[in-house]
Design a binder for this molecule. Structure first.
Ligand SMILES: Nc1ncnc2c1ncn2[C@@H]1O[C@H](COP(=O)(O)OP(=O)(O)OP(=O)(O)O)[C@@H](O)[C@H]1O
Length: 249
């Protein structure tokens, strides 16, 4: 599949002289893992919101395969997102008073009211995979690192084609952040999900295959980087043959 293709995307807000996001072209192949970096206010969250259909740009197209999110209404975009995207945010959005397993299953409960046995099995397997051995433990009693691991399991439950993470390690201590970074990368690869992570954390950004840097809403840098390679040794990114191509600021 082609993956993601953005073309001529602009996001503007009233009262601002310049667009907060202005992307001529950007392609991300399926299964790629991409770090999005850039200073505060450079448009990283806006880019993620556009990619997931939370924000509709004033102009341009946002295609995932044959679906242009810009042409969909809000409820269609919501349905598309529920079916295709797993989200891991800086704040975990978990419910204290519910167990780890119930938190993982909550989105399914909201949609289907009852949980199929196979889904519960997958939720249990995912909790085990992220290293949590007590699925019935109340979220309120978990450490922050454990909570984020629950959030990673929840994001992957529906086998999303796309895993989006917005500063997933920012509120964690170094050791927990490293564990969560490892899990995101490993699980995205195991599940063949495209991983797009907004992050300032070099433990995460340095290990992803490609790094996009935003400055004032534009892509200032787009580089391929090998596993473990220092960003300074990165080579200019060459897009996959079928993609729209490289972006210059
Ligand atoms: N609804 C809005 N109305 C007006 N301006 C907005 C709105 N949403 C975002 N902005 C502005 O758009 C710019 C980009 O915001 P965005 O949250 O995407 O940046 P960011 O790179 O994610 O920042 P940070 O790293 O601080 O989270 C900022 O200047 C922000 O103030």
């Amino acid at each position: 599949m082609a993956g993601l293709s953005l073309s001529g995307v602009r996001v503007e807000f009233p009262g601002l002289a310049a667009p907060v996001l202005d992307i001529a072209a950007l392609a991300v192949a399926r299964g790629e893992d991409v770090a999005v970096t850039g200073p505060s206010g450079s448009g990283k969250t806006t880019l993620i919101n556009v990619m997931t259909g939370l924000e509709k740009p004033a102009a341009g197209s946002v295609r995932w395969d044959d679906t242009d999110l810009v042409r969909l209404g809000e409820s269609q975009r919501d349905a598309w997102r529920a079916g295709h995207v797993g989200l891991v945010m800086q704040e975990f959005h978990l419910f204290p008073g519910l167990s780890a397993i119930e938190n993982v299953l909550l989105p399914v409960r909201f949609r289907l009211f009852s949980v199929p046995a196979a889904t519960r099995e997958r939720a249990l397997a995912l909790l085990k995979r992220v290293g949590l051995s007590r699925p019935d433990q109340d979220i309120a009693t978990m450490s922050r690192g454990e909570m984020q691991r629950v959030a990673v399991a929840r994001a992957l439950l529906g086998r999303p084609a796309v895993l989006i993470a917005d500063e997933p390690t920012a509120s964690l201590d170094a050791a927990s952040g490293a564990v969560v970074a490892d899990l995101l990368i490993e699980l995205a690869r195991e599940e063949n999900a495209t991983l797009i992570a907004v992050t300032h954390d070099p433990r995460l950004s340095g290990r992803l295959g490609r790094r996009l840097s935003l400055v004032a809403g534009r892509i200032a840098e787009d580089v391929a980087q090998g596993e473990g390679a220092a960003p300074s040794s990165a080579t200019p990114y060459t897009p996959p043959a079928a993609s729209q191509g490289q972006v210059t600021p």
